[in-house]
Design a protein around this ligand. Structure first.
Ligand code: T46
Length: 134
């Protein structure tokens, strides 16, 4: 199994009326949750992300629709598809990410370990490569 791609399964709860997923700090999510945001209405052909984070950890999943995520830890690159509301991707710090091929109905939910902080972003790929190596 890939070291870079870490899946998190969200057991579907619910009954004959429909499904439900519970997201809880330090249970399904392996950190304290400080922020939740979601990306939607992403236009066709757009690539988002294109950065890494110094400390932030995140779990992302498509509540509806699908998108591709390219992951890069400085030595390995891997591309996966997110297309399930019960399967999330754990993104550790110091992983370069690019999200693309958003379906028109895609809602990408992101659960984050830290509050928003622009200083945590590494937006230059060469800087990221040097940091990842060290
Ligand atoms: C990531 C991927 C998956 C805020 O004001 N607060 C927030 O919590 C976030 C996430 C963003 N913003 C502002 C900053 C920008 O003006 O919203 C705007 C769009 O954010 P950004 O260009 O960073 O969006 P993406 O899709 O490129 O990246 C986001 C996250 O920023 C990033 O941490 O891992 O989604």
């Amino acid at each position: 199994m890939s070291e870079l791609v870490k899946w998190i399964d969200f057991p579907p709860l619910g009954d004959q009326r429909g499904s439900l997923v519970a997201v809880e700090s330090n249970q399904t999510i392996p950190f304290d949750i400080k922020r939740v945001y979601y990306l939607f209405n992403t236009l066709e052909g757009v690539t988002r992300g294109m950065h890494a984070h110094l400390a932030l950890k995140q779990v992302m999943l498509c509540v509806t629709g699908s998108c591709k995520v390219l992951l890069d830890d400085g030595s390995t690159r891997e591309s996966i598809t997110l297309d399930s509301p019960i399967k999330g991707l754990l993104l550790e710090s110091l992983v370069w990410r690019e999200m693309s091929e958003f379906s028109p109905d895609c809602v990408l939910l992101v659960i984050a370990s830290e509050h928003y902080d622009e200083n945590d972003y590494i937006r230059n790929y060469d800087n990221f490569k040097s940091l990842a190596k060290s």
